[in-house]
Design a protein around this ligand. Structure first.
Ligand SMILES: NC(=O)c1ccc[n+]([C@@H]2O[C@H](COP(=O)([O-])OP(=O)(O)OC[C@H]3O[C@@H](n4cnc5c(N)ncnc54)[C@H](OP(=O)(O)O)[C@@H]3O)[C@@H](O)[C@H]2O)c1
Length: 337
């Protein structure tokens, strides 16, 4: 049995983790922490049957866990990760604190990194791409919800030099749970319901450097994105529409073939056949990422459409997939493929 702890267990990703743990055959819960609800049963926080009692983060028995998940905001996660590693547990951080390899880039997009020496140790937790390094990692930086779909779509293409441009357009739409449990004027029901809006357009959304870091690594040259996030009036799910231009020799069949080859043995990547386009319904409430492609109607121009559940393959599902890899368990344990 793998003993797991969760810091920040009462947010949306923490609740998803708990649901997965309760259906995982080889997990034992060591602790769940909360600042706001310490001393209360989990069932008092969300309508659910879970009777675990929440402890405050300061009292969490970190050394009783083999692995601790950080479901905390960026900024709060880094010092918690240090405590977890010092206690001898492995750590999977769902925040952005360890996703960027360069402390200067982190500083430009967030704030001065408090523990830059840990950035070089952290492994970016996109399981399909970094599985071998994740298996032995002490610290895994779980990817952001927006990056996962576009990165899985573009990795097989960029590493084969298929793209003409160093600039890729990603138009993404997320359900409201992507913003976390704390309500704000922009995520309030009245603002979101029956509405559809773009936000943080113009190279300003904080997932931009994360996506560019990864795409540049896959391409072996700097890749810049135009990234336009949107807020969809649904609870969960992200649909990303990606516009690409390919070098001569590539066509729709070859794109689909590259995906099929790259992901032939991947339980959580679903390459749709030509003519089918990914929808949220393909992936919501599963740990799947669906990939689909279509011609843009001009030779050499294509539209890639990906979908995933932001709380599962975009967060807690992928975190458990990584845990399964780290502890040598079947990768699908606890997860819906
Ligand atoms: N939502 C998504 O789709 C998604 C996807 C990928 C990654 N992420 C990332 O995963 C992390 C958790 O996201 P979430 O959506 O679950 O957020 P959330 O719903 O806002 O929950 C975060 C939880 O962390 C605890 N917390 C807040 N500030 C804290 C602090 N300073 N120190 C310790 N604990 C604190 C809070 O619980 P208590 O007050 O009860 O302690 C809160 O419930 C974030 O970094 C987020 O960016 C989220």
């Amino acid at each position: 049995m793998v003993k797991v702890g969760v810091l920040g267990a009462t947010g949306y990703t923490g609740f998803e983790l708990l649901k997965i743990f309760h259906q995982h055959p080889e997990v034992e819960i060591a602790f769940l922490s909360s600042e706001s609800y310490a001393g209360q049963r989990y069932a008092q926080v969300y309508p659910c049957p879970y009777e675990e009692v929440l402890v405050s983060p300061d009292e969490a028995p970190l050394d009783a866990a083999d692995v601790v998940f950080l479901c905390t905001p960026h900024g709060a996660s880094a010092p918690l990760a240090q405590r977890v590693l010092e206690a001898g547990a492995r750590c999977i951080d769902l925040s952005a604190d360890f996703r960027l390899r360069d402390a200067a880039v982190y500083g430009a997009w967030y704030h001065t990194h408090p523990l830059p020496h840990l950035l070089s140790e952290a492994i970016y937790g996109l399981t399909e791409i970094y599985r071998a390094q994740i298996a032995t990692a002490r610290l895994v930086a779980n990817p952001g919800c927006y990056p996962t779909g576009p990165l899985l779509a573009l990795w097989p293409l960029l590493r084969q030099g298929a793209l003409m441009d160093e600039r890729i357009i990603i138009d993404a739409k997320s359900g409201v749970s992507g913003a976390g449990a704390k309500p704000s004027p922009t995520t309030h029901f009245v603002t979101v319901h029956d509405n559809f809006s773009a936000y943080n357009v113009g190279h300003v959304h904080r997932h931009t450097p994360e996506i560019e870091q990864e795409l540049s690594a896959y391409a072996g040259r700097p890749v810049r994105i135009v990234f336009s996030p949107h807020l969809l009036p649904v609870s969960r799910g992200i649909l990303s529409t990606i516009y690409i231009r390919t070098v001569p020799g590539w066509d729709l069949e070859r794109i689909l073939d590259a995906w099929q080859t790259a992901y032939a043995h991947e339980p959580f990547v679903n390459v749709l056949p030509q003519g089918s386009l990914a929808t949220l319904a393909h992936t919501v409430n599963t740990n799947r990422c669906a990939l689909s492609a279509a011609s843009a109607g001009v030779e050499g121009e294509y539209i890639l459409i990906t979908s995933l559940d932001n709380l599962l393959k975009g967060a807690s599902g992928q975190a458990v997939q990584n845990m399964n890899v780290m502890f040598g368990l079947p990768e699908t344990h606890g997860l819906i493929a």
